[in-house]
Design a protein around this ligand. Sequence first.
Ligand code: ADP
Ligand code: MG
Length: 703
Amino acid sequence: MQKNMIEDVFATRVFSDEVMQQYLPKKTYAALKSTMENGSELSAEVANVVAHGMKEWALANGATHYTHWFQPMTGATAEKHDSFISTDGEAKAVLEFSGKELIKGEPDASSFPSGGLRATFEARGYTAWDCTSPAFLKENAGVTVLCIPTAFCSYTGEALDKKTPLLRSMEAISKQAVRILHLFGQTEVQHVDCSVGAEQEYFLIDREKYLKREDLIFTGRTLFGAMPPKGQELDDHYFGAIRERQSQFMRDLNEELWKLGILAKTQHNEVAPGQHEMAPIYTTANIATDHNQLVMETMKKVARRHGLECLLHEKPFDGVNGSGKHDNWSLVTDTGVNLLSPGKKPHDNKLFLIFLAAVVSAVDEYAPLLRLSAACPGNDHRLGGDEAPPAIISIFLGEQLQDILDQILRKGTADHADSGEAMDMGVQTIPNFKKDATDRNRTSPFAFTGNKFEFRMVGSSMSIAGPNTVLNAAVAEILSKMADKLEKADDFDSAVDEVIHDYLRDHQHIIFNGNGYAPEWIEEAKERELPNLRTMVDATDYLTKEDSIKMFESQGVFTRPELESRAEIYYEAYAKALNIEARTMVKMATKQYIPAVISYVTSLADSVNSVTKACPDADVSVQKDMLTRASVLLKQAKDAVVRLREEDEKASTLEEGKAQAEYFRDVICPAMDALRAPIDELENMVDKKLWPVPAYGEMLFEV
Ligand code: ADP
Ligand code: MG
């Protein structure tokens, strides 16, 4: 029987278990597996043999170079290629790759954001092999490079990347979850993994049109642009039939992802025109994070092959739905049990209820940190818009769990659970099936979805390392407090009930099952004293609050200096992103829009003159009205450009940090809006032929 394409290509570019068994001696393979699975130390000797096997495999697949692939604080990935070439002193090239080179790399750390942890003269940084995420081959236009996933730290051991804290947080949550499981008598469990599936939303537009828009090129989003007559109001795009060009893109994307061992599963059209989504099957948080970085990179690469551009910005088009990333998160034991699976009798499943209470409490207690973990300048435009979760963190539990929670709050424990009923669609030929116990709620930022939580706030361009690091650390902290209590209890069973009850009682205000898009929710959330942190700058403030530092330090996820440096990095990143946006706006307005409008008003004036000359009695009031309005808007635009340029120059002279970021938020953002408004109005007036860039309608519908 012929093999399916998926089987043919799947993981062919991964140093997978199968490949390891083929290229490594049995003893080495066993030692490496033990490090990967139990965290045991890896000897230099084993590393040497693994490096050799990896090299042989990479060479057999056409690679000439290897790289330590890492994830600095830019949110992107970084790589510096080294060839396998070495010399034996006889003017002959030999190919080498040692254990030392596998384990440790030394990129110059001074050019990556460090938030003051590294001065430029203290440039040393290390990348260290993360053997829990498999090495892979990246192929770029026929050039193949062996990529070794690594963590990146400074000479003094501080994390300079996104992976190190994530790995630390995974160890923290495993340790605390295991404590709880052992208290419940499940002593066979040695390790708990956090499983993550990241749904990725994106836009595809025609690359030729993309190249005509400097705002898209430099900032990833349109800084100007009027809404087309048709937007997404007909709901005809969501799940709509996928057109040929996009289908071909998706086919190629899937193939590339499958080769990398990424379990690309679902694909569909999203709500906005030109918007799509891809979701993989979940895997451990660490690998899911690496994979998601590769997904984003591959989407961009494959799109270009098809004459398309993939936009990953959170809000590429104002007034049209933006893109997010849904971080599906759960906890799974090494014996294969999903700790967030309620089972048939959730009211009786105390272990589930403990973990549920821990997540609810962690999300409430550390809501600002979770909000921050989903914050980037792009996401500020999306959260709180009426298509995305609001900037307020709340939890959706659904009817079944809400009912159990109500019972617990009323009586101390719950004694029954509603279950899904049989579905009757009124058609004989449709087989019967059981409904889920709970309907969906698309508006909640943090929703329980059957056997996992779905954190929907994350921005489409962001690394999922941050959100999962915060989630793991926060839940680990609550679990550790619960375990402290339970370990001391005389009567374990009643202590469990008490812990579940007390934690849910104290944190119930975070639960909201209603419509998160409704304006009334903002008011209600205020009454409940839930924080509403509208911007990245507002949220960054919380990173270095004493409570946050205490939590992260006690879980061994971040040190105080690491947190302080990260806050600096976020403020700087925000200011830099807005500075680029402001400068792009000034340039586009000055060099493109204003000259186009001047041509337009000149043609109107010419028309008035020539018509009047030809026929003095002719009515030229239409041209005159348009001329007057366009001139008013032109003046507004010109004034706004001058102001934006001045303010931006001033902002750039401020010292980097919080105050500068606040200046960008409070002064530059409104100045940008003030420039956009007249230009967008002019777009709707000016002759299409004169308009210098493609309009929304052309980009969104003509793909
Ligand atoms: P939906 O539209 O309901 O969100 P999707 O199929 O688009 O459904 O995405 C669901 C995502 O959740 C997938 O990436 C899937 O792998 C992930 N997922 C499912 N179960 C778990 C789990 N136990 N832990 C983490 N992620 C999960
Ligand atoms: Mg989803």
